[in-house]
Design a protein around this ligand. Structure first.
Ligand code: SF4
Length: 324
């Protein structure tokens, strides 16, 4: 199976790396990001509040409704000082810098009025209604608006095997795309890239897998740079859908079809039973997957099948995928 020659580049809320930048002078070190992911990716720390000129320690902040459809404001919890313009003015420049860095993903601190990606508390402008869990931190919103195809995750998602798999599949595929396809877009490069990732797309989204196939088939009808750009966005959307055990089981069954006339009846039945046990939740995916890869090597089924990134979408040390 192919190796990962260079590392992806991932932006990270700086406090998750143990840097003492929080309002109280503390940090929120995330051991997985700091000690595990850091071995396989170049991490780019960003603290929006400190980089936009706020001191450590500082007054804590919160999102408050502006009223009249005016969105949200970033206000000091005690003083009510409005930091929205300060953070947004800095943020617009910073996301341009980050766009030039060609990031492959960004991990954001949850619940933060600057970094939180979703369900951040938004307080009413007046009255004592409880806050609504409907907000996005100001920096996270700028990042999503400027770089809509960039894979984003909150640090808590990395503890969930399914969400982590979704994020890592997107990050490492985007990185491979950035290395192999985007610098010199070509139709042959697009076909080769798509061919190697077919099973990975199929595991996440059968519908988008078919859309991607149509896009590649029609690539000759549009300028190649446009085709590659549309392909890159669609590929990220496909991998953004969760790869469930049912979808994985369908992929494994699909792979089994390529062993026609190669495996004995017993070997085939053994594999089929393991795939069905996995589908029913009685088996982990690594059992049928390992046996499949074993047969793949033993029978020297090279070419298309052996190049599938489905078998190694990212380094194994980053943790098991869902149901693995
Ligand atoms: Fe800085 Fe974001 Fe961490 Fe707050 S959550 S300390 S703004 S990096």
């Amino acid at each position: 199976m192919a190796q990962h020659p260079t590392q992806p580049r991932i932006g990270v809320s700086a406090c998750l790396l143990g840097t003492p930048v929080r309002f109280d002078g503390g940090h929120k070190n995330n051991a997985y990001v700091h000690s595990v992911l850091a071995r396989f990716a170049t991490l780019v720390p960003v603290c929006p509040e400190v980089e936009s000129g706020m001191p450590v320690p500082r007054e804590s902040l919160r999102l408050v409704e502006r009223g009249g459809g005016g969105g949200v404001a970033l206000l000091g919890n005690r003083s009510g000082a409005d930091r929205s313009d300060q953070l947004r003015a800095w943020g617009r420049g910073r996301v341009e810098e980050l766009a030039r860095l060609d990031l492959d993903g960004f991990i954001l601190k949850k619940d933060s009025p600057s970094c939180g990606l979703e369900r951040v508390r938004v307080y009413p402008a007046e009255g004592d209604r409880p806050p609504a869990r409907t907000g996005t931190g100001l920096f996270a919103a700028l990042l999503r608006e400027r770089l809509p195809a960039l894979p984003l995750a909150e640090e808590g998602w990395l503890q969930d095997a399914g969400l982590r798999e979704c994020f890592l599949d997107r990050v490492f595929t985007r990185h491979r795309m950035r290395e192999a396809l985007l610098p010199a877009p070509s139709r042959s490069g697009l076909v080769a890239f798509h061919t190697d990732h077919k099973l990975l797309y199929l595991a996440h989204s059968p519908a988008r897998y078919r859309e991607l196939g149509r896009l590649v088939a029609q690539a000759a009808e549009v300028p190649v740079a446009d085709a590659v750009e549309r392909y890159a966005a669609k590929a990220m959307a496909a991998l953004g859908e969760r790869a469930t055990p049912g979808k994985h089981a369908n992929v494994l069954q699909h792979v089994l079809g390529y062993f026609k006339g190669v495996l004995s009846a017993f070997e085939k039945q053994e594999l089929l039973s393991l795939v069905e046990e996995y589908r029913a939740g009685l088996q982990v995916r690594s059992v049928p997957l390992t046996l499949l890869v074993h047969h793949l090597r033993k029978h020297e089924l090279g070419g298309w099948l052996s190049r599938q990134r489905y078998f190694d979408p990212y380094p194994r040390a980053l943790g098991p995928a869902a149901g693995a």
